[in-house]
Design a protein around this ligand. Structure first.
Ligand SMILES: Cc1cc2nc3c(=O)[nH]c(=O)nc-3n(C[C@H](O)[C@H](O)[C@H](O)COP(=O)(O)O)c2cc1C
Length: 378
């Protein structure tokens, strides 16, 4: 038996969960021209997963991305499809949870249900689903699919999509699913997910309907909190958890961030400046803003602020400093109520060893992690 609680706890007792976010995409989440930037080739992904698994990282969370953001590097232009990526990583790891980030409107639900069961069986219950509804019109155009214009309708479709999948994962032998958007007849799905429960589910909608969707359906919610104000973040976490409790659920709340960890604060800040200023890929940031309909002439100050925020890992909490600083930052996120963070480095594989060696033992001493993150026998 693998219970849903085991899955939600990511099969460990770490109080504050740590995950690597975005490693399936070239550049990860760093809009930078730095020559050592992440290329997301398979060998690197595989090595990263093996290392992360060995040092006790709890999860890997990919980005669902179909077209890059141009600029000098074609930011996130080379990406691994996330369910198949998770299958590969699950086969190479023993403890870690591997998510897929799946665009509901782009995946036929029967195909998605079956692919995800396959991933879950490969990982013996360590597969998890991050459902996204999508926003980028040009990605939908590639599939010849029109995005629902009304925002509400997007989540209405998402609801049918996940309802159909949950029924396919459940005990029914055969059924028809006749919804407004999906009419599926004679559905059968065998085998079922691993160990008698279903994969952990997460969602990152930020609108009221997106958040309501997450609360209704998911075990965890990914916020796009405006940092650095942790008081605001704590309030948002408390609101989400209270809304979850009102539905009888214990909703996990996660956020995102980026890390530069060095022996001295000066070295960390110098590298951060190199990443986000000297080698920034401004063209990619501007392309992404254009996709979101933002123009400099409408609000020059706001535009420049957003442009800077984008090269700073696209959003999230900046953790830049010594191992003590980074451990303190992570402790602050935990104290704000977050259950965990999905974070990125400029180059995951170059940076994870130092983080594991220096930051994880500090988190153990703070009571946030059950082991010190050193290589330990399975
Ligand atoms: C942390 C986080 C991760 C996200 N990851 C993806 C992703 O991988 N692919 C994607 O198309 N959208 C992604 N999104 C966008 C959301 O799925 C969603 O479309 C966006 O937040 C807008 O929310 P809304 O649909 O409620 O308006 C992400 C959003 C957040 C906050």
């Amino acid at each position: 038996m693998t219970t849903l609680q085991d899955r939600v706890a990511m099969h460990n007792r770490n109080k504050f969960k740590l995950g690597l976010f975005g490693a399936n995409c070239s550049n990860g989440r760093a809009m930078t021209r730095a020559p050592e930037r992440w290329l997301a080739d398979w060998d690197s992904c595989e090595q990263l997963a093996e290392l992360a698994d060995a040092v006790g990282i709890d999860f890997m969370l990919p980005i669902g991305r179909w077209r890059g953001y141009q600029g000098a590097t074609d930011h996130q232009g080379s990406t691994m499809e996330t369910i198949t990526w998770a299958c590969g990583l699950l086969a190479r790891t023993k403890r870690m949870t591997c998510f897929a980030t799946v665009h509901a409107p782009l995946f036929n639900p029967v195909l998605a249900a079956k692919e995800m069961v396959t991933a879950d069986l490969i990982g013996r219950g360590r597969f998890a689903l991050n459902i996204v509804i999508g926003w980028n019109e040009s990605e939908f155009d590639m599939f010849g699919i029109r995005q629902q214009n009304a925002h509400e309708a997007r989540y209405e479709f998402g609801q049918e999509w996940i309802d159909a999948i949950l029924r396919m994962w459940g005990p029914e032998e055969e059924f028809d699913f006749l919804g407004k958007h999906l009419q599926l007849r004679g559905l059968r799905l065998k085998p079922k997910p691993h160990g008698g429960s279903r994969p952990l589910m997460m969602n990152a909608g930020s609108s009221p309907s997106g958040r309501a969707f997450a609360l209704r359906n998911c075990d965890a919610f990914f916020t796009a909190t405006r940092f650095p104000d942790l008081a605001d973040a704590a309030k948002e976490v408390a609101d989400v958890k209270a809304a979850g409790r009102a539905l009888g659920k214990d909703t996990g709340v996660y956020t995102v961030g980026q890390v530069v960890c060095r022996p001295t604060r000066k070295e960390a800040q110098d590298y951060w400046r190199y990443w986000t200023e000297e080698t920034a890929d401004w063209g990619a940031a501007e392309y992404m803003l254009a996709l979101k309909g933002r123009k400099r002439e409408d609000d020059p100050e706001g535009y420049d602020r957003m442009r800077r925020a984008l090269v700073h890992g696209q959003s999230g909490y900046d953790m830049i400093g010594t191992p003590d600083d980074v451990a303190d930052d992570l402790e602050r996120l935990s104290a704000a109520g977050f259950d965990g963070v999905g974070f990125s480095f400029l180059n995951y594989l170059l940076e994870l060893p130092y983080f594991a060696q220096e930051v994880l033992p500090r988190l153990q001493r703070k009571g946030l992690r059950e082991n010190a993150g050193l290589l330990q026998p399975a």
